[in-house]
Design a protein around this ligand. Structure first.
Ligand SMILES: Nc1ncnc2c1ncn2[C@@H]1O[C@H](COP(=O)(O)OP(=O)(O)OP(=O)(O)O)[C@@H](O)[C@H]1O
Length: 262
């Protein structure tokens, strides 16, 4: 039996900017099951971040509705991980990772114990007392991941979390995220510009059109778990990559053409 956690129906978002109405998103129908890892790919400005903000409750749809079925109304709804880490420079690694537990009112001892455990799992053990400025980008993103998992949210929202990392580090962190997520499945919405990353990590890839973003395709990724980077060598990986690339290419070309004509 399916256990649906996010159900969006006809979700749209418009903005009024300098007297003009910008139709940023939708209509979008999106259903996500509990524990599913869903990647969202789409052209720049198609409303991916707007969709995440709506799921997080930071923005309201201007049409349609988005319902979240909470398994535990006492737990935090969402944690977000961004490209720019979003960790506090004036706090140590331990204090950053512990923060959601401090906010939830956990005892100092319990908070430290859970935070240290996740610091370890995220591969930053030994850096508990370090400040973010002394860490590499990859280490900072590991801290952000540890903090997101510590919060134990209903839904993990990740907005291009690895986009600022160099290519090799990105591969390493993709692998680490797979390892951690496969051991502690959470519902994840993961925005990325990388088709390869989406196919490697996700159970489903949602492909969006250019603005206003609508769903062009919703692809079930067939590769078994635990998944490693060797999934990339499957013939089907290349075929799916090609299929998504064609969809996105069509969108970008259409938009370019519209600019030329205008
Ligand atoms: N607060 C706002 N006011 C006005 N326009 C906005 C606002 N937020 C987003 N937009 C516009 O809505 C559209 C969608 O933005 P959004 O950031 O959701 O896209 P995106 O797909 O995440 O983009 P990117 O891939 O470049 O990060 C863009 O054209 C953006 O300029």
């Amino acid at each position: 039996m399916s256990d649906i956690v996010i159900k969006g129906t006809g979700v749209e978002r418009t903005f009024i900017a300098r007297g003009h109405t910008v139709h940023a998103l939708g209509p979008v129908d999106l259903t996500v099951e509990r524990g599913e890892f869903v990647a969202i790919v789409g052209p720049s400005g198609c409303g991916k971040s707007t969709l995440l903000r709506i799921v997080a409750g930071l923005a309201a749809p201007t049409a349609g509705e988005l319902v979240i079925d909470r398994a535990d109304p006492g737990a935090p709804l969402c944690s977000m991980v961004f490209q720019d880490y979003g960790i506090f420079p004036w706090k140590t690694v331990l204090a950053n990772v512990r923060l959601p537990l401090d906010i939830a009112g956990a005892s100092r001892g319990r908070a430290n114990e859970v935070a240290r455990d996740w610091i370890d799992r995220a591969g930053v053990a030994g850096f508990e007392s370090a400040y973010p400025a002394t860490l590499s980008g990859g280490m900072r993103q590991r801290v952000a991941l540890a903090r997101a998992f510590v919060a134990n949210p209903e839904i993990l929202l990740m907005d291009e979390p690895f986009a600022a990392l160099d290519a090799q580090l990105r591969l390493v962190l993709q692998q680490e995220l797979l390892r951690v997520w496969e051991a502690h499945r959470r519902t994840v919405l993961f925005v990325t510009h990388s088709i390869d990353e989406a196919l490697l990590l996700a159970d489903r890839v949602v492909v969006m059109s250019s603005r206003p973003g609508r769903i062009l395709d919703d692809i079930t990724v067939p590769f078994p778990r635990p998944r490693t980077r060797s999934a990339r060598s499957a013939a089907e990986f290349g075929a799916l990559e090609d299929h998504i690339w064609r969809l996105l290419k069509g969108e970008v070309e259409e938009r370019e053409h519209a600019h030329d004509v205008a």
